[in-house]
Ligand binder design. Structure first.
Ligand code: PMV
Length: 331
């Protein structure tokens, strides 16, 4: 029998209410701004990692398809960091599946790299604290550092790892995803962030003002003030998209349907049915409301032409290992 080390992990996607957009101008993939997110129960990635002495290269399969080039390189860079920590020389096979559209602004890289970091560290026999796993994930995809934690999480500007703020179990909020188009996004977030930093005249203002908005949002979360938190989320969303729209060439993730959904939320919400929107590196819209209003808000969304699906998401769990290290550690 050949040496083989395997583990499977599950991680849930997270959506930022206060956005991470932009990197510090140093190597290592550190965020330029602080972010605040909610991990979502309904959007998950399951990943199995097998290190095997028989493999001659890393392989990555996502939703049943072999993946090559840049996505494979990103996976290999995380595996390299873990191999180096564990003094392990074997290549790995990574088999991953998402229960939602990949690479379309539904934070698949967040759950993807979180699940990979948890599965690969366990398969390699490393027994790391969440902070160390979050740091490994952050180096590949900063948003994935937050998906190591359940519920509410934050990632400070320049931070190595994300913070767990609150499990999310004591406040009945939901984020409803209005899916508009499952197609892949036109430009990856890393490239788009670099373009915004290099060319948008608004980027410096975005970085300068983000900490104040983040602090306001953390205060609103602490007081469970949905209205204040929702308003901070919308401000962060518009400011992020302002840097995108003013980049050269412009980075346009929002579509006419995105705007139609936003307009609908703005015109239909009220003191009795509060609802707040956000949108990321894709055309989908996510709407924050209380669980008791989920059915009403979903009925607004399903009536909008171009909305193909709605997914009601509650606060989700931290990333976890589904099976312990298996399949024999020795020859
Ligand atoms: O970690 P990345 O490269 O997938 O960046 C994602 C950035 C946004 O989703 C747009 C915002 C965020 O904070 O998640």
């Amino acid at each position: 029998m050949t040496p083989r080390f395997a583990a499977t992990a599950v991680a849930h996607s997270n959506i930022a209410l206060i956005k991470y957009w932009g990197k510090l101008p140093i190597s290592g993939n550190y965020p330029a701004v602080p972010s605040l997110s909610l991990t979502l129960d309904a959007l998950r990635t399951r990943t199995r990692v097998t290190f095997d002495s028989q493999y001659s290269q890393d392989e990555f399969e996502l939703d049943g398809k072999r993946v090559l080039e840049r996505p494979l390189q990103r996976v290999s860079s995380l595996l390299d960091a873990i191999r180096s920590l564990a003094s392990l020389e074997y290549f790995a096979k990574v088999v991953s599946s998402n229960n939602f559209p990949t690479a379309s602004g539904l934070a698949s890289s967040a759950s993807g790299f979180a699940a990979l970091a948890v599965a690969a560290t366990h398969a390699a026999g490393l027994n790391l604290e969440p902070a160390a796993i979050s740091s490994l994930a952050r180096a590949c995809s900063a948003s994935s550092a937050r998906s190591i934690h359940g519920g509410w999480a934050s990632l400070d500007a320049g931070a190595d790892s994300a913070n767990a703020l609150d499990s999310g179990q004591n406040w009945d909020v939901v984020l409803i995803v209005a899916v508009t188009d499952p197609g892949p996004k036109a430009i990856g977030s890393t490239q788009a962030m670099i373009r915004c930093a290099d060319t948008s005249p608004y980027f410096a203002a975005w970085v300068e003002t983000a900490p104040v908005l983040f602090a306001r949002a953390c205060g609103a979360l602490h007081h469970r003030d949905l209205d204040a938190l929702g308003r901070c989320m919308e401000e962060s969303t518009w400011r992020m998209h302002a840097t995108m729209l003013t980049a050269v060439p412009a980075v346009v993730y929002i579509s006419p349907i995105t705007l139609a959904i936003i307009n609908e939320i703005r015109s239909r919400r009220s003191a009795s049915v509060p609802a707040y929107f956000t949108t990321d590196a894709g055309p989908h819209v996510k709407v924050l409301t209380m669980a008791e209003h989920a059915a009403a808000v979903r009925s607004w969304l399903t009536q909008i032409p171009g909305v193909t699906d709605t997914i009601i998401c509650k606060p989700g769990p931290a990333a976890f290992v589904e099976t312990p290290v298996t399949e024999g550690h020795t020859a």
